[in-house]
Design a protein. Sequence first.
Length: 255
Amino acid sequence: MIAKISPLIRLPSKTDVFDYHVPDELKNKIAQGHLVTIPWRTQKVAGVVLSLSEKVEPTKFRARPITNILEENPVLTTDQLKLINQFAEYYFVTPGAVARLITPDKPKRIVKAKSRNSELETRNFSISKKQLPKLQEIKSKLSDKINYLQIQDVSSFVWLIIHLTKQNPDKQILVLFPTIDLIKTVSLIVQKMCSGNMAVIYSQLSKGEYWNEYQKIVSNKAKIILSTRQGAFLPIQGNSKIIFFEATSQDFKQY
């Protein structure tokens, strides 16, 4: 069995995947999306499996074997693997380069997430009586077909997120924000209201923090996900809802 693997190291953008031999002891364990350790020149590096093939093409070179599987469960979902191929085809880049962009880098030492209780105590969430008629109107308009709602303040937006979570407890809700500052403001309130069923993703997280948040998402433990536009590549469930905060913001665009 041959696995096509993208090494998770700095490589030229045109570099795609490399063929590696799957040892017999790993054949019944390995799957697409798995994080593995592979030999790379004189060292061992992490890589992600993009595809598997039983057919071995004749070649004068012998593929080097995979060393081991780093994570029991795949870190990339089937939907993410499809997205990688679609993105690569649309933007004329290699699937291996896209995979290196979105696959989380597992830290050598997993650090437990820091408690944010001291920050949470300083953030209060409340809805005034004046807001209730408008919120009831919004509630009456909510449906799977609606694609635009006008909300004037952050507290009403937080109410909407929490309402959707209670309405669809089995679904994940991905909220995309134009800036990191907005995420930090809203996350403190949502975290307090949702008992930790939340994940936050943005570029300022450390490698360990990002890994912890990513694992909460891929395991479906996080029901509310707050992220910048990079959240489009996250492993959310297929029936999830995606909400844009300030959808017309120029920060969502890249020129």
